[in-house]
Design a protein around this ligand. Structure first.
Ligand code: SF4
Length: 514
């Protein structure tokens, strides 16, 4: 009979935290850890092979580090055949007969409910720890949200900046303003981005190679290929990735954060979201590194870039998590516009004539990654305009991106990208016509469609879909001050033009169903 443990500490795949709160409260002499790989979690959605490989490899590296540090770890591998976390936890609890089971709040409502149900079936008391990785607790967010008609990220962000004294000077924002977006979001010149900094690579080691073989064995039909894999899987690698971003790409991060360029999937983006979301990196480390770079050399690291990065982490990331826990479980079911078009099969192959979508989905399938403006203004924009069922889009986003954990994926996709929550996360839909994509990228040059045309067989499909969407929601969207100007275009067109737009949009949507 294996030795009895006092507390059994469940460490989940996205809790690989050097300052894991349950481990910090535990005693390695008396308590032990269980980490569980399961077919059910790895295949909960049809996950990209890079996403599964990253999670499992990072878990195995973390378990090895714990053992080296003196922890007792029961590690259940995929090949051990546990279908669910509950099955693995039940096995470990029966072996170790703990007085209590400890875990940190999971990153997914479903997993939290499942763990509680399992512990209840086992009749073992639970201690759930607050996830100290985040700046803001769920209770603090709920207190902030209470009584507000609209949850506006900008106000939340300002409060956190002041509370944590980040880029502040005597109670006021450094630089005299909270937000420098007018200095950011430029397109590349016609000649393109020029020479881009090299992206650090973390080739598979012994552990990752073993995981790759396991993933190929269990999930041969999942999207993505494992002939290359170089995401950071350890804390040391995550710190190197952060350092490379600060040194090589932060300078241009803000300026080009909304620019896209064919064949350049990474540009000046941070590429640390997967490390943050697995907790290999702490958000305070990332924020401190960016702020210190600006303090060291403000000419090289402009305040607009540093503030934009800080806002993503202290503002947007924390806000999104707060919304998730405030609104779940009902949030996942929302479908504000009642969109019912099935997800086209080409989302899993990239096989579409629309070049912007073909490139973005190909980047996604190649790397398990697309940068935020590709996700928001190419894929999310199209899915909204084409009226694709939100739950299918959300499952796709959760499946294909290496950084996707539900707390961050769901409000970003359903709320920000699809406006499927009716305005909880964003005050208006992020929708745009082909003209925007043409301005911010070079995709249209390689496309069979023309971004300047609204109707006709060679017209950019985004255009008719966009104007038709505005026509359909003219009354509700017209109430938004940010939409009023663009709505005026509809008044300029005669009934014939509006009917032609409607017909073209219906043709585009019908084609998606076949
Ligand atoms: Fe995309 Fe339209 Fe441009 Fe083609 S023309 S790349 S479909 S925006």
């Amino acid at each position: 009979m294996p030795r009895k443990w006092r507390n059994l500490i469940v460490v989940l795949a996205d809790q690989l935290d050097a300052a894991h709160p349950a481990l910090e409260a535990a005693d390695p002499a008396k308590d032990g850890v269980v980490m569980i790989e399961t077919i059910g979690e790895a295949g909960h959605v049809t996950s990209h092979k890079h996403r599964i490989t990253l999670c499992l490899s990072a878990m195995r590296h973390f378990a090895e580090a714990l053992q080296t540090a003196g922890w007792k770890v029961d590690y259940l591998e995929l090949d051990d055949g546990y279908l669910t976390l509950g099955a693995g936890l039940t096995h470990a609890a029966q072996q170790r007969r703990p007085e209590a089971i400890w875990w940190v709040q999971p990153g997914e409502w479903r997993v939290q409910a499942h763990l509680h149900a399992t512990a209840s079936d086992l009749g073992i008391p639970v201690r759930q720890f607050e996830d100290s990785h985040f700046y803001v607790t769920n209770d603090e967010f709920a207190a902030w949200a209470k009584g507000r008609k609209q949850l506006t990220m900008e106000y939340f962000y300002r409060q956190q900046r002041a509370r944590f004294d980040i880029l502040m000077d005597d109670g006021a924002p450094i630089g005299g303003q909270w937000n420098f977006d007018q200095d950011n979001r430029k397109a590349f010149p016609k000649a393109g981005p020029g020479a881009l900094p090299a992206i650090p690579s973390f080739p598979p080691d012994r552990i990752t190679k073993a995981v790759i073989a396991t993933v190929e064995h269990h999930f041969p039909d999942h999207p993505g290929g494992l002939d290359h894999f170089d995401w950071p899987v350890t804390r040391e690698q995550a710190l190197q990735a952060l350092d490379a971003f600060i040194e090589e790409r932060l300078t241009n991060y803000g300026r080009y954060q909304d620019a896209m360029w064919q064949g350049e999937p990474f540009l000046y983006h941070a590429l640390i979201a997967s490390s943050l979301n697995l907790k290999l990196l702490n958000p305070r480390e990332a924020v401190d590194a960016a702020v210190q770079a600006w303090q060291r050399d403000p000419d090289r690291f402009p305040l607009a870039a540093v503030e934009g990065f800080v806002r993503q982490i202290v503002g947007w990331r924390e806000f999104i998590r707060g919304v998730y826990w405030l609104k779940m479980p009902g949030y996942a079911e929302l479908n504000h516009f009642d969109h019912q078009t099935p997800l086209p099969a080409w989302f899993w192959t990239g096989d579409t004539e629309m070049n912007c979508l073909r490139q973005t989905i190909s980047d996604t399938l190649d790397n398990g990654y697309a940068h935020h403006i590709q996700r928001l203004m190419i894929i999310g924009n199209f899915a909204t305009l084409a009226e694709i069922r939100p739950v299918e889009v959300c499952d796709w986003f959760l499946a294909v991106y290496v950084d996707a954990i539900e707390w961050v994926e769901l409000p970003n996709t359903l709320g920000m990208a699809l406006h499927g929550d009716g305005g909880i996360v964003g005050s208006k839909p992020y929708v745009a016509s082909g003209a925007y994509i043409n301005r911010m990228s070079n995709y249209c040059g390689g496309c069979r469609f023309k971004p300047s045309r609204r109707t006709g067989d060679d017209a950019c499909p985004f255009n008719a879909l966009y104007w038709n969407f505005l026509m359909k929601h003219r009354e509700s969207l017209g109430r938004s001050p940010r939409m009023r100007m663009v709505m005026k275009n509809l008044d300029r067109w005669d009934a014939e033009e509006l009917a032609a737009i409607e017909t073209r949009a219906a043709t585009v949507r019908d084609a998606l169903k076949h």
